[in-house]
Write a protein that binds this ligand. Structure first.
Ligand code: ADP
Length: 631
């Protein structure tokens, strides 16, 4: 019989497995059991969907058999099985992940495809058996087919497929274990207690019984201290899925292992939320907050959703209705007895029960995050660093509908120090008589801290929140206030502070109206106004914006892709009346209007530079400075 070669990438993976020095070789058993369970799931799903009679859930099982003499370990299942072609496709190459093509072939019904059980896990599963076996045989008979086939391989050299006979549908996978070596004792996988404990460790929650014939000793009746061997078939797993078990029985390790296994992450989650509720919505849920955002999290490719089980049967791999966008980073599953197995995507969207579950999940996530924020700040800040942006999008994109849910969870840097602050903490620190929550926008907290616009506010004891994400100010506009305290931009037209500075500035504006008008005329429509500043201290000038649209919003909107029609903020040039330059300007207004107009342009350019905005004519600006320098 002609031996076939593995596809290139499979071969590489296979080599890796054969020569593996991975210390947890035992995981091969979990992989094979999980494949067996998937195969049963697929058949079970078909039977439900297509109403196949004569298939009862009670008959499904996975069997493990040990043959010490032959040195083999056999894992068999009565699942969907594989045709010769499927053996070829699934075990000859990893690129063709069987679970994925099953999805594609499930029929015309697009919706059903998505609902199908089980998505291929890593796709390396089966090959891991080569870590412990020198020879592998897979006998398989697809459900509904009369023919059975035998796939054999000794490793990298290739594999053969030939017809064989087999009773019933399913697959029988026989591993001939490698010879023991000084480094590795492969024969331990022929020990029933080892296998028993591995099944309990890794596969306890598999929903079908994993059975093994065990030999035991018992005293011979009437015998004098004599023992006889007898054998008995044991079910090794409890079959209770982890989310159905009580929290007190489970360790962090159990939760983390399940997470990494099911949700394809290499790192432990930052937080696990295990819910078991009864009442208006009866369900169990296991939710995880990953410790890092997936690489595509902030892109369109990212798909949110939780796995959805109906009474323990997986009916949808990614049910997006279960999780709001603001918490789209949460991974996990929901299992409810209130849902029907045949539920389709359309029905799901309107399902009352599902809505109740979703709203309960949302509340629970919020309350857990809030608890974390209060009691485990360090970890909360990690969550926030990864996913906080999503909370802000959540507020913005729902036009503030989610604000009660989310605004308490927001964190910002501020002028109060290096750490993050919440709105509540900010308000606790408000100075007497302070009415507003102040903020300033910029690229980094360090840059904002140097902004001349906030200098006076801070010197008067007002704290300023530092907004560094593009979305921030838009979110603030949507929020409007927090606990009835309105937000005010440090660069906006009205700081809302009634004090002497303001009256003073108004007076100065009146007294110097002509000079200011002259500067405004020089600058033309670059600015809509020139006025003495109430916010500057050491800096001579700054640019601010009057009205709804800030300079920051102008920048963000105009940099958005497809923003053809540029928006323009209402720019104001503010001059510091306490700065010596102001006096100089007054004098020039009396004596030398030509120089005044040069200075006006230079000051305007300086203000742009301070604001990190481009200046119109850098060459002319440099020339003007030089002209002054040589004077
Ligand atoms: P994955 O399970 O991630 O797809 P594997 O390499 O473990 O990757 O398995 C490849 C494919 O082989 C599976 O997707 C499945 O289609 C098929 N397969 C493996 N084991 C079995 C089995 N016991 N019964 C039926 N099909 C199986």
């Amino acid at each position: 019989m002609r031996k076939k070669s593995f596809k290139a990438e499979s071969k590489r993976l296979l080599e890796l497995m054969i020569n593996s020095i991975y210390s947890h070789k035992e995981i091969f058993l979990r992989e094979l059991i999980s494949n067996a369970s998937d195969a049963i799931d697929k058949l079970y799903y078909h039977s439900l969907k297509d109403g196949i009679s004569g298939l009862s859930r009670d008959e499904f099982e996975i069997n493990i058999a040990i043959d010490k003499e032959k040195g083999t370990l056999t894992i068999s299942d009565n699942g969907i099985g594989m045709t010769a072609q499927e053996l070829e496709n699934n075990l000859g190459t990893i690129a063709q992940s069987g679970s994925l093509s099953f999805k594609k072939n499930a029929g015309e019904d697009e919706e059903a495809n998505e609902d199908i059980d089980i998505i291929g896990q890593f796709g390396v599963g089966f090959y891991s058996a080569f870590m412990v076996a020198s020879h592998i045989e897979v006998a398989s008979r697809a459900y509904g087919s009369e023919e059975a086939n035998l796939w054999k391989s000794d490793g990298v050299d290739g594999y053969t497929i030939e017809p064989c006979t087999m009773e019933g549908h399913g697959s029988i996978i026989t591993l001939t274990l490698k010879e023991d070596s000084p480094e590795e004792e492969y024969s331990r996988f022929l020990d029933q207690y080892t296998i028993d404990s591995l099944v309990r460790k890794y596969s306890d929650y598999i929903r079908y019984p994993i059975k093994m014939e065990k030999t035991r000793n018992r005293p011979v009746e009437g015998g004098d201290g004599e023992y006889e061997e007898y054998s008995e078939v044991d079910t090794l797993n409890s079959m209770v899925p982890i989310w159905k078990r009580s929290k007190s029985e489970l360790t962090d390790e159990d939760y983390n292992r399940f997470y990494k296994d099911k949700f394809l992450d290499f790192t432990d989650p930052l937080k696990t939320i295990h819910i078991a509720t009864e009442g208006t919505a009866t369900f169990n849920a296991l939710l995880y907050i990953p410790s890092k955002a997936p690489y595509n999290y902030y892109s369109r490719d990212y798909e949110k959703g939780l796995k959805l089980y109906a009474s323990g049967v997986l009916i949808m791999d990614m049910c997006k209705e279960l999780i709001p966008d603001c918490f789209s980073f949460v991974k996990g599953l929901v299992d409810s007895q209130d849902l029907s197995l045949n539920i389709s995507r359309e029905i799901l969207q309107h399902d009352r029960q599902l809505k109740l579950i979703a709203s309960s999940v949302e509340k629970k996530i919020k309350s857990e995050l809030k608890k974390m924020l209060e009691n485990d700040r360090e970890n909360y800040e990690k969550v926030y660093a990864n996913f906080g942006l999503q909370f802000k999008y959540g507020i913005y994109s729902s036009y503030g509908q989610n604000k009660d849910l989310l605004s308490d969870l927001l964190l910002f840097k501020s002028s109060n120090g290096d750490g993050y602050t919440t709105f509540a903490e900010y308000c606790d620190r408000m100075r007497e008589g302070q009415k507003y929550i102040y903020y300033a926008c910029g690229e980094t907290p360090e840059r904002i801290a140097r902004m001349p616009q906030i200098e006076r506010l801070i010197s008067k004891g007002y704290e300023v929140l530092y907004l560094t994400d593009d979305i921030d100010e838009f979110t603030f506009k949507v929020l409007g206030n927090w606990d009835e305290k309105e937000f005010r931009s440090a660069s906006g037209d009205d700081l809302g502070i009634e004090d002497d500075d303001k009256n003073n500035a108004e007076q100065i504006e009146k007294d110097n109206a002509d000079m200011l008008a002259c500067i405004k005329e020089t600058l033309g429509d670059k600015v809509s106004k020139v006025r003495p500043s109430v916010r500057l201290m050491s800096c001579p000038v700054c640019i601010t914006a009057d009205g709804m649209l800030s300079l920051e919003m102008e920048r963000v909107l105009n940099s958005a892709p497809g923003a053809d029609q540029k928006v323009k903020a209402d720019r104001v040039l503010e001059i510091n009346a306490e700065h010596p330059i102001f006096e100089k300007l007054c004098k020039l207004y009396e004596s030398d209007k030509e120089t005044l107009s040069k200075y006006a342009n230079m000051l305007y350019n300086q203000a742009l530079l301070i604001e990190d905005l481009p200046i119109d004519d850098p060459v002319a600006f440099a020339a003007q400075i030089c002209e002054l320098m040589v004077k």
